[in-house]
Design a protein around this ligand. Structure first.
Ligand SMILES: Cc1cc2nc3c(=O)[nH]c(=O)nc-3n(C[C@H](O)[C@H](O)[C@H](O)COP(=O)(O)O)c2cc1C
Length: 249
């Protein structure tokens, strides 16, 4: 029996193939085969056949174990890469151009980022604006901005140390992020982190967020920001995808 061309191919979920060459087992099978050919005794040949079967089973087990180990390694690499966090604020309810929405525009982008970059999330949540119509909300937001207020938010961000890359996103309210995001900036020190700002807006683009983030975190590596129209987020996931893929995280 010839095993010179014997290779076992294990196809991974991601399409990669791993080739397993069971050299030791192959040599053993060759050895047993050689002995069996020399033997004229039927009982001995039968014994050899049984031994060969055992060796083949061993070969199959070894191959399976090898593929499993490789899958585990790939999982570990993915887990090690998962050092991204998306911090965002988003307001559901009556919106400027997309009607009454259950999920805010920025949250939709934050979810895309999490999906594409394997990023965890921290949502800056306040109930201060719940149920407000658009116009009174703009008036309240303008007053907050004028007074440089710091509205409270809920929840705590745990284990900030584990993240190297932080995406920060929010809607543009009166030319920059909503004031509640500045409360977050005052609370958590992101100096030393790599920051990717993003906004959703209806014409202002990034507004003043780049300079505001640099001011809040002078020692962070603040990368160029990304902005997208709020009315575009549900139909143009490709734009977010292009940005994230271009970052080579
Ligand atoms: C209080 C308020 C102020 C806003 N100010 C601006 C602005 O200055 N410039 C702009 O382009 N869009 C402005 N918008 C529109 C929002 O930025 C846009 O609808 C955004 O996508 C909303 O995101 P969200 O659903 O995640 O909260 C404002 C919206 C609100 C509610």
């Amino acid at each position: 029996m010839h095993f010179s061309s014997l290779t076992l191919i294990c196809r991974q979920k991601n399409g990669l193939k791993s080739v397993f060459s069971a050299k030791c087992v192959r040599n053993a099978v060759n050895y047993v085969t050689a002995i069996s050919q020399k033997s004229s005794n039927f009982a001995a040949q039968f014994k050899m056949m049984v031994m060969k079967k055992i060796l083949f089973t061993l070969l199959a087990v070894l191959t399976f174990t090898s593929c499993n180990a490789q899958n585990k390694n790939e999982k570990m690499v993915n887990e090690q890469m998962k050092k991204c966090l998306v911090v965002f604020f988003s307001h559901a309810g009556e919106n400027y151009s997309v009607g009454n929405i259950q999920v805010g525009n920025t949250k939709i982008v934050a979810d895309y980022i999490s999906e594409l970059a394997g990023a965890d999330q921290f949502e800056i949540v306040t109930h201060k604006y719940d149920g407000m119509a658009y116009t009174p909300l703009t008036e309240l937001a303008q007053e907050e901005a004028r007074n440089d207020e710091r509205p409270a938010f809920e929840g705590k961000l745990e284990n900030l140390d584990q993240y190297d890359i932080i995406f920060i996103g929010g809607p543009i309210w009166w030319g920059t992020y909503p004031q509640v995001m500045f409360t977050f900036f005052d609370t958590y020190d992101l100096n030393g982190k790599t920051i990717y700002p993003f906004t959703t807006h209806e014409g202002s683009g990034l507004g003043n967020v780049m300079s505001d983030i640099r001011k809040a975190y002078p020692n962070a590596d603040v990368k160029p920001g990304f902005s997208i129209y709020g009315h575009e987020v549900r139909t143009n996931k490709a734009k977010v995808e292009k940005w994230i893929k271009g970052l080579n995280l």
